[in-house]
Design a protein around this ligand. Structure first.
Ligand SMILES: [Zn+2]
Length: 282
């Protein structure tokens, strides 16, 4: 079984997670940029983070046989902080990098005017750079947030087939799929979506343009939730080909629109800028 996790924050995970993910079948992933769990105070904080997503984190992933790509953006929460907004001016020089396969995650958090501007600006950046966009839907007021998100996408130059609407659930899946965008589901250990509810959605809506991720970060989350969905699908009677479509071919097709996916992990370099993941004496 081969698994592509299209949304996971490996910066906040350990090398044990990389090992367990490889053992579960994960061979590729996309790490979207997001906040730090505490406020950033300057654009320079983004630049170091973006550089880590472009350098150190792909190096770590390669040590475990996993291909690492990233999506870069000003995230919805920090779009409200005037100290962070200038990062929008610097994004174009990062979006041309080889392993950037999308703009993301963008979208709404509290649905403020500042978030309107950041979302529209970054959808345009995606269109300008020939990239897809990973669009987070808000955790509160889900349906209203989805409708407002879809309106902004319709007004943008980015076609819906280049947009992945993420963090969907039973209340938002229908309108999301009707919009022509890809539908993303984050599977969590105890809240929001779980693997059995996901199987029900797949039974109802089919396996086309549906994408499943763990969205694992430093909060309560599980980087093996993609594998749990695959196992739940098989148990429910889906075929191995169905599983391959949802867990591999769909995310490959979506992010492949960037023209930048590199799914083979070559023999990993022993060092990244003089540093390894080993500890002294090993
Ligand atoms: Zn995320």
């Amino acid at each position: 079984m081969r698994i592509f996790d299209p949304h996971i924050h490996m910066t906040s995970r350990t090398t044990d997670d990389y090992r367990a993910m490889y053992d579960a079948g994960v061979r590729a992933l996309v790490e979207p940029s997001f906040w730090l769990g505490q406020p950033r105070t300057a654009p320079a904080s983004f630049f170091d983070y973006f550089d880590a997503l472009l350098g150190w984190e792909p190096f770590r992933a390669s040590q475990y046989g996993i291909a690492h790509h990233c999506a870069l953006a000003l995230n919805p929460k920090e779009a409200n902080d005037p100290r962070c907004v200038p990062v929008l001016d610097a994004l174009p020089r990062y979006l041309v990098k080889d392993s950037v396969v999308a703009v993301g995650e963008i979208g709404y958090d509290s649905m403020t005017p500042a978030e309107d501007i950041a979302l529209a600006t970054q959808l345009q950046l995606a269109a300008d750079h020939g990239l897809p966009a990973l669009v987070h839907t808000p955790h509160r007021d889900k349906l209203a947030g989805l409708h407002r998100t879809i309106d902004v996408i319709r007004e943008s130059h980015l076609p819906p087939e280049r947009v992945l609407l993420d963090h969907l659930n039973e209340t938002t899946v229908k309108d999301a799929t009707d919009s022509g965008c890809w539908a993303g589901f984050s599977i969590y250990p105890d809240t929001k979506m779980d693997e059995d509810r996901m199987v029900t959605i797949l039974r109802t809506y089919g396996t086309e343009k549906i994408i499943v991720n763990s969205a694992a970060d430093w909060g309560r989350s599980d980087p093996l939730k993609t594998r749990d969905v695959a196992d739940a699908m098989l148990k429910a009677g889906f075929t191995e080909d169905d599983v391959d479509q949802v867990l591999w071919r769909n995310p490959v097709a979506f992010y492949g629109q960037s023209g930048r996916l590199q799914l083979d992990v070559d023999a990993p370099d022993p060092l990244h800028e003089g540093n390894s993941i080993l500890r002294g004496g090993e």
